[in-house]
Design a protein around this ligand. Structure first.
Ligand SMILES: *Cc1c(COP(=O)(O)O)cnc(C)c1O
Length: 405
């Protein structure tokens, strides 16, 4: 365990670097990073050692599906980064982390309440996949806390939030949501991919389980897919058991890539958040833009809550095109961009842009609420590590290519 008084940027460098994972027993010294331990079989010393067994002893060799030092180092690092967590389970994707976490905490007959602004695949897991297990799910409006409290019934066992919401980026009062849940014995789960524990220490803010797609900020280089779930005991033990039932395992090579990404995460988040804010401020002055959906932007509806609850941001935000522009104009904008790739995912070192239409994703009210959504045509940007002046110039060319309305 590293010293909790140290600052997050120090933690991302130090976390998980145990000498027993980076050195050879009996030899002085060691290396900086845990080696990539490729292994299915773990060898026992002798028959007695095997008979003793150690299937669930943390950090002990047993069998490849329980991971090895490379995966343990990553899981341990993520646990150290999340104050309040006793452990972290790794999954081959963020979606796998969400699906398996829900199956770990819900039983047939239970109900899940899922935020209406959830990541679309999360919504599908909740509303379609869980049905196969006789688990019901209902979306709730994350800005209506009284409404949420009224929805919680005897069968409700978990609430799933995201902060900010996917694509539309509204901030909800997650500490209050977590408290409402806790008072009624309901578990709160947050998809904390946007902020990471560096920007939103989710368990400290009251959530029971923090799930992340490590594919985004932790990997950071668009070359690995992975997910995680962190929690205190006994909840983390339930998640671990479910993950083991379902054979969830990540490769040591991928774990090493994620660890490598993690070491620069604080630096990358700081830089991309700064560039994103500058670009968001500039986009807000443009006639082609009806609204910028970015909680880091002062003067927005969400900024106050973001300032209260978050300790950092990132490079991901959205904007809505002004009235009069159509999908063809938006396509011209995207096709003109040279520095922004067009593609899913985000949180890499390179900038990305993707079109989205908020209307069909949310069902409870027009999103983003309280904002004249202009044309209703959205663009989401993931700001990378390029020079911010170059990015603005690229976007300016794209906006010009849409023409006047
Ligand atoms: C990408 C994403 C996920 C899913 O992660 P994968 O690693 O792609 O499976 C989950 N939640 C959010 C908010 C995401 O952006």
């Amino acid at each position: 365990m590293s010293d909790r008084k140290r600052k997050p940027a120090t933690h991302v460098v130090e976390a998980g670097r145990k000498p027993e994972w980076t050195g050879i027993p009996g030899q002085p010294g060691g290396v900086v990073n845990p080696p990539v331990w490729r292994a299915s079989t773990h060898l026992y010393d002798d028959a007695e050692d095997l008979a003793g067994g150690r299937p669930n002893a943390d950090g002990h060799f047993y069998y490849g599906r329980r991971g090895g030092p490379t995966q343990w180092a990553l899981a341990e690092a993520l646990t150290e980064l999340e104050p309040g967590a006793d452990g972290t389970e790794l999954f081959p994707s963020g979606v796998a982390a969400i699906a398996c976490t829900l199956l770990a905490v819900l039983r047939p007959g239970d109900e899940l309440l899922v935020t209406d602004n959830a990541y679309e695949p999360t919504r599908s897991i909740a509303l379609a996949m869980l049905k196969q297990f006789d688990i019901t799910a209902r979306p709730f409006d994350p800005l209506d806390l009284d409404g949420l409290a009224a929805m919680i019934g005897e069968k409700t066992k978990a609430v799933l939030v995201e902060n900010p919401g996917s694509l539309t980026m509204e901030i909800s009062d997650v500490p209050a949501i977590a408290e409402i849940a806790r008072e009624r014995g309901v578990l709160s789960i947050i998809d904390n991919t946007w902020a990471t524990p560096l920007g939103f220490p989710a368990l400290e803010r009251g959530c029971d389980i923090s799930v992340m797609s490590l594919t985004k900020h932790v990997g950071g280089h668009s070359d690995v897919m992975m997910g995680s779930a962190s929690a205190a005991k006994p909840v983390i033990n339930r998640i671990r058991r479910q993950a083991q039932f379902m054979g969830q395992v990540v490769s040591p090579d991928d774990a090493a890539l994620a660890l490598r990404g993690l070491r620069t995460m604080a630096l990358r988040l700081e830089r991309s958040a700064r560039s994103a804010l500058e670009i968001a401020e500039w986009l807000a002055t443009r006639d082609e833009v009806a609204a910028v959906l970015c909680p880091m932007l002062p003067g927005t509806r969400d900024h106050e809550l973001w300032q209260r609850d978050f300790t950092g941001g990132c490079g991901l935000f959205s904007f809505i095109l002004a009235k009069g522009y159509d999908a063809d104009a938006r396509a011209r904008l995207l096709d003109t961009l040279e520095l922004f790739g067009i593609g899913f995912s985000w949180g890499g070192y390179e900038s990305l842009a993707i079109p989205f239409d908020p209307a069909p994703v949310h069902t409870l009210r027009p999103w983003p609420p309280g904002i004249d959504s202009g044309s209703g045509l959205g663009v989401r940007l993931s700001i990378g590590l390029e020079d911010v002046t170059d990015l603005k110039e690229d976007l300016a060319k794209g906006l010009d290519a849409m023409g006047a309305v």
